[in-house]
Design a protein around this ligand. Sequence first.
Ligand code: SAM
Ligand code: DTB
Ligand code: SF4
Length: 325
Amino acid sequence: MVSSSQAALPSAQRIEELLAIYELPLLDLVYRAATVHREQHDPHDIQQAALLSIKTGGCPENCGYCPQSARHDTDVNAQRMLSVETVLSAARDAQAGGATRFCMGAAWRNVRDGADFDAVLAMVRGVRELGMEACATLGMLTPEQAQRLAEAGLTAYNHNLDSGPDFYPEVVSTRRYEDRLATLDAVDAAGIGLCCGGILGMGESRRDRVAMLALLADRTPQPTSVPINALVAVPGTPMGEREQIDGLEVVRMVATARIALPRARVRLSAGRRQLGRDLQILAFMAGANSIFVGEKLLTTRNQQLDEDAALFDALGLPRTPALAG
Ligand code: SAM
Ligand code: DTB
Ligand code: SF4
C-alpha cells in the first residue's frame, strides 16, 4: 500500500478523467490547454533556467534511465563535488546570459549531513543573493534537511516521481514510490516549492503518465513546477535502446499537465532537442513555459544556444544575452 501524509493514490475515476483529457483530439486538447495557459500566465514568459551537475556520477541507485548510476556501464565517471566558488561563478554566468533560475543536481541517493551538505547550503544562499531562483535535486531528504534548505532560501526542490505507481517498479528497484512521496511531504512541510515531474518514453502507458499527473494535481499545495522529460536513451543504461517517443505524446503530456496544474510552471526538460523546433513551439502553445538553456543538461547534450536563438526568433520573442550570438 503506497501512502504518505497526503491522500492515498488517485482513484481510478480521477485517472480516467485525466486520461480522457490526454486522449482528446489533439487540436481540442491544445486549444483547451492554451486557453487555461492564457488565463493563468503571460504566454510570452518562457523562463530560461540553467542546470548544473554539482556532483556527477557514482550514484548507488539503479534508475534504469540514468547514466549516473554506478550500476550502469556508461561514459559518465564519478567526480567529486564542485566547489562553492565554481558553482556560484556558473550561476553568475547563467544570470548574465538571461537565466532567472539556477538548478543544482547531485547524483546522490539521499542527502547526508556533513561538509558536502553544508557546501550545498552555501551554494543555495549564494544563488539567492544573486537574486536568482534556486532549485536543487539531491535525492531523498529528511524533514530536518528540508528545513535547513528552506532556511538557506531554496526556492524549489526537484524530486521526480518519474511515472505512475504501477510502472515505477520497472524503473528502479533500489527504492520505492513511498520513499519518493515521503521526500515530497518533507519539502511541503518545510514550505519549499515542489518541483516534481516525470519521464516519457521508458515503456510506460498513457495511463501511467496521467496517474502521475493525477497524483501531483491532487496534492495540497500543488507543485509549483512540473518538469516533463522525454527519455534521453543513454548507451549502457537498461533503457539505452528504447526508441525515441513520438513528440506528440510530449505535447499531450504538457497540455494535460497545464490543464491539471494550471498555476505550475511546466518545464520542457530533457529530450527537448530531439523534439525539433516545430514541436517545441506546439508544446509552448500547449502551456510549457520554461526551458533549460546551456550546452549540457546534467550529463547529456542539451539544445545548443544557436538553436535556442533561432527558436526565440521563430517565436518572435527577444533573445536574451546568452542567445544574442
Ligand atoms: N539523484 C537525484 C534524484 O534522483 O532525485 C537527482 C538527480 S536525477 C539525475 C534528476 C532527474 O533527472 C531524474 O529524476 C529524472 O527524472 C531525470 N533524468 C535522469 N536521467 C534522465 C534521462 N536519461 N532522460 C530523461 N530524464 C532523465
Ligand atoms: C528534471 O526533471 N530534468 C532535469 C532536472 N530535473 C534536474 C535533468 C535532466 C537530466 C537528463 C539526463 C542528463 O543530462 O544526465
Ligand atoms: Fe541516482 Fe538520481 Fe540517477 Fe537515480 S536518477 S541513479 S537517484 S542520480
